[in-house]
Design a protein around this ligand. Sequence first.
Ligand SMILES: [Zn+2]
Length: 348
Amino acid sequence: MSKPEKDPKAIAAARNVKSGSYPKCLLCPENEGYAGRVNHPARQNHRIIPITINDTPWGFQYSPYVYYNEHCIVFNCQHTPMKIERNAFIKLFDFVKLFPHYFLGSNADLPIVGGSILSHDHFQGGHYTFAMAKAPIEQHVVLPGFEDVEAGIVKWPLSVLRIRHKDSNRLVDLATHVLEVWRGYTDEEAFIYAETNGEPHNTITPIARKVGDTYELDLTLRNNITTEEHPLGVYHPHAEYHHIKKENIGLIEVMGLAVLPARLKGEMELLEEYILEGKDISSNEQIEKHAEWVKKFLPKYPEITKENIHGILQKEIGIVFTHVLEDAGVYKCTSEGREAFMRFLETL
Ligand SMILES: [Zn+2]
């Protein structure tokens, strides 16, 4: 369950807020031991482990939200904005070298496709294997100048280039090249625009890990363009899925773990009751938004009982989540989508 729930537009608005308050944000080191106040949570028993990342002071802490095992946050001791650049890749690997059994990833640095805090440079990691890490490379590619680096498209609903090498410096060099080319890349046929009206759209959600003696970096291509048809984002959950998930597809969702709005818990309990008793779902304003969805999947299950209804709803939510991830993919898992992905890779 996502905590707290945030609207993508509120996140974008908060990005550039200059705050004179103390601490400046929820990630600043000043939170350690802070007593809290009406509009800022108490952190009296919060402790930070100092570490050195890219030759600068950083902090390591466990997340107060714990979405998965040993969910940690690694943050710059300076209150400075998130930026995906060469240094970000260096920082990811500096951490993975300190904690080789932890992955570390970064949210993208643009609104809509980023995380909930863009104003403070930070990463998220942990001791957990996500579905994405288990997904294989479906098509290998050889990139000029980087023939020694294993590279390929990952079998995954989002658009992911995986690169692997025993020397992390080779991955930093290649990732920087991919990022620089992607930032300026436009392919109108695939509806990829590097910028519109001076607003940049292309960025990357990177995830670093070590597998055996090999470093691995997943580069998830993101684009935050909006249109009249999709005002929250073309590569964002589309309106038909907003009854389940409307929020940003950030790092954790990219890796395949569904962080869903907490409201769903109560709504699904109510929905179970309505389905079992054959009541009209659209008559209840709390769950009427789910009526179309239920109508579509119900015929798949000839026998719905008190015992299996919970499992059926979980399964169907999982199917919606898969579609949400497909929406977030800039290249679709179709032959046209893969051809467009290869067009980009050829420009590298
Ligand atoms: Zn901060």
